[in-house]
Design a protein around this ligand. Structure first.
Ligand SMILES: [Zn+2]
Length: 167
C-alpha cells in the first residue's frame, strides 16, 4: 500500500480501504460454465468486431453476476483507447444512477497503433472493471479503491475464468 496515499484519505475512506484489503478472493460458483465464454471471447476478439465482442463480454458479465446473485452491469465496448502523452485508458466503471444500471466501458484498440488489444490484457480489463462493480454490490463498500485486496480479487477471477493451454 502507498502509505502517503492512505494517509491522505479521510478516516471514513481509510475504513473502506482496510475492508477492501481484507477480501483476497471472490469465488465464482459457476466458473466452469464461464470458461467456454472466455474461450469464445479469445476467438472473436482478434476479428475486431466490437459488436460481436460486446455480445460475448455481456454474456460473461451476466453469467458472473447471475452466479453471484448480484445486480447485472451493462457493458459498452469502444474502439481506440483515449490517451495523453503518459498513459491510455483501458476501461472505466460508472456507478448506477438512481434506478439505472451501472456501466462498464472498455476499449479494444490501443491508442498508439490502433491495434486490437491482446486477449489476456483485454480480459483483465473487463474483470478489473467488474471488480469495481463487486466492491459496491457484493462487498457493500461505499467506495472502490485499488487496494492490494482489489488486485488479488481481480487475479482470483482471472484464474477461475481463464482456459489453461490445452485445457
Ligand atoms: Zn480501476
Amino acid at each position: 500500500m502507498a502509505f502517503t496515499y492512505y494517509k491522505r484519505l479521510t478516516r471514513r475512506q481509510q475504513g473502506i480501504y482496510r475492508k477492501s484489503n481484507e477480501v483476497p478472493v471472490v469465488q465464482l460458483p459457476n466458473w466452469r460454465a464461464l470458461r467456454p465464454i472466455t474461450r469464445r471471447l479469445e476467438e472473436v476478439l482478434p476479428g475486431g468486431d466490437r459488436h460481436a465482442v460486446r455480445e460475448v463480454c455481456a454474456e460473461l458479465l451476466n453469467a458472473m453476476a447471475d452466479g453471484l446473485k448480484i445486480r447485472r452491469v451493462r457493458i459498452v465496448v469502444l474502439t481506440r483507447r483515449p490517451s495523453d502523452e503518459s498513459e491510455e485508458l483501458h476501461g472505466c466503471y460508472t456507478l448506477a444512477p438512481d434506478g439505472g444500471h451501472a456501466v462498464i466501458k472498455v476499449w479494444m484498440r490501443t491508442a498508439k497503433r490502433n491495434q486490437v488489444v491482446a486477449f489476456k490484457s483485454f480480459l483483465r480489463t473487463v474483470l478489473h472493471e467488474f471488480c469495481h462493480h463487486l466492491d459496491y454490490v457484493l462487498l457493500g463498500l461505499a467506495d472502490s479503491f485499488h487496494t492490494e485486496g482489489f488486485y488479488q480479487r481481480e487475479s482470483s477471477l482471472f484464474r477461475q475464468v481463464i482456459n489453461k493451454i490445452g485445457g
